[in-house]
Design a binder for this molecule. Sequence first.
Ligand code: UDP
Ligand code: MG
Length: 153
Amino acid sequence: MEQTLVLLKPCTLQRGLVGEIINRFEKKGLRLAGMKMMQLTDSILNEHYAHLSEKPFFQMLKDSMMSTPVIACCLEGIDAVRVVRAMTGATNGRNADPGTIRGDYCVSNQQNIVHASDSLETAAVELARFFKPEEIFDYTPSNRNYLYALDEH
Ligand code: UDP
Ligand code: MG
């Protein structure tokens, strides 16, 4: 099983879409292993978006991410990193395919509903950035054998 980080961005809270977005991941069959509301800070965003620090929109992106709390989720499943990225869609909501979260819920390159980890390595680093170990919970979904075949791990 893989675990990946999803952040529900301030636009999602402001637009009242939190339940709908979490519902998509639940319906897909991903296990919610952790979830919490957090006020992000400049220092955590400098780490989280370090790959964008030279971009002209960096400060605007950070300000936007600090404008309300966000909701951090740890989602688990087989190939969860790739599955969640595919559900998320292209960065710019105007380019994201219909059927993806960004394709269905936004029209922006920045106000794009969710952050999702882009690789297994990134997911491990990002989960450690946003969650303490005791905030990630291990439990067996009662429908496990109906989500996956017995030989799928
Ligand atoms: N972003 C932006 N302007 C851009 C490109 C990206 O404001 O031209 C923001 C957008 O919110 C995006 C985030 O920066 O989700 C992180 O960018 P990244 O390239 O990592 O895209 P993602 O992995 O979120 O699809
Ligand atoms: Mg990214």
